[in-house]
Design a protein around this ligand. Structure first.
Ligand SMILES: [Fe+2]
Length: 233
């Protein structure tokens, strides 16, 4: 049971240090080429994402807190103002969700999700225009999201490590990274080009459909892999 009395007043599990791992990419590093290069994926996943996970684990040890899920860490850190933990935990989560939001094979929404995309945005192309405009207009680093508020859809953006996962009644369906490190090797400064390519060719609508089902109460939404006990390696 979580002991709320130690560390920074946040959950600490007695004598059990848990560490988060960097999940592997759900596809090979070359599988998104030529839209996204193996060089970008190797650096983005193996350096940037890995660094967030490493820093998170260090901060959790230094600040003496832990929890059984990354989602709980994000929630606890935001609640108690542990900004460093929040930033690294949320970035670890956002990046894994981003990898799941892409697929090597072009897909389109179908079924209930296709119907709601058409009703909310006019068409799939209407969604793409809205998504790209949100990302291109987003000042600085951050993320563009397609989210469900129960059965309704919205396109939003968040700054830096911002994430919608803790917002009441919100289920993310897709995320695109608009930090420069996500696209600079392949698209240089052309964020709009990155977003256009992403929304036309990389967006994983099969994943979005599973998330939408979860938003409607059918099944579980995606979760970051559970942490392991430190001594398990
Ligand atoms: Fe990133």
């Amino acid at each position: 049971m979580a002991d709320q009395s130690r560390g920074n007043g946040v959950a600490h599990l007695d004598d059990e240090r848990l560490v988060f791992e960097l999940p592997p990419l759900p596809y090979g590093e070359k599988d998104l080429e030529p839209i996204l290069s193996a060089e970008t994926l190797k650096i983005h996943h193996g350096k940037h994402h890995a660094r967030y996970v490493e820093t998170l684990n260090r901060l959790l040890t230094e600040q003496n807190f832990s929890a059984h899920s990354l989602e709980d860490i994000v929630r606890i850190a935001r609640g108690c103002g542990a900004q460093g933990v929040f930033n690294n935990a949320a970035q670890a989560w956002n990046h894994s969700f981003f990898w799941e939001s892409m697929a090597p094979k072009v897909s389109k929404p179908s079924g209930a999700l296709a119907a709601v995309v058409a009703s909310e945005f006019g068409s799939l192309e209407g969604f793409r225009q809205r998504f790209c405009a949100e990302g291109a207009g987003h000042f600085g680093s951050g993320w563009v999201w397609l989210i469900a508020k129960r059965d309704k859809l919205e396109v939003i953006s968040t700054h830096d490590a911002g994430t919608p996962i803790l917002d009441e009644g919100v289920t993310p369906l897709l995320a695109c990274d608009v930090w420069e490190h996500a696209y600079y090797i392949d698209y240089r400064q052309d964020r709009a080009g990155w977003l256009t390519s992403w929304s036309n060719l990389l967006a994983n609508w099969h994943f979005a459909e599973a998330q939408y089902d979860a938003a409607l109460g059918r099944g579980q939404s995606w979760h970051y892999p559970a942490p392991k006990k430190a001594h398990e390696g």
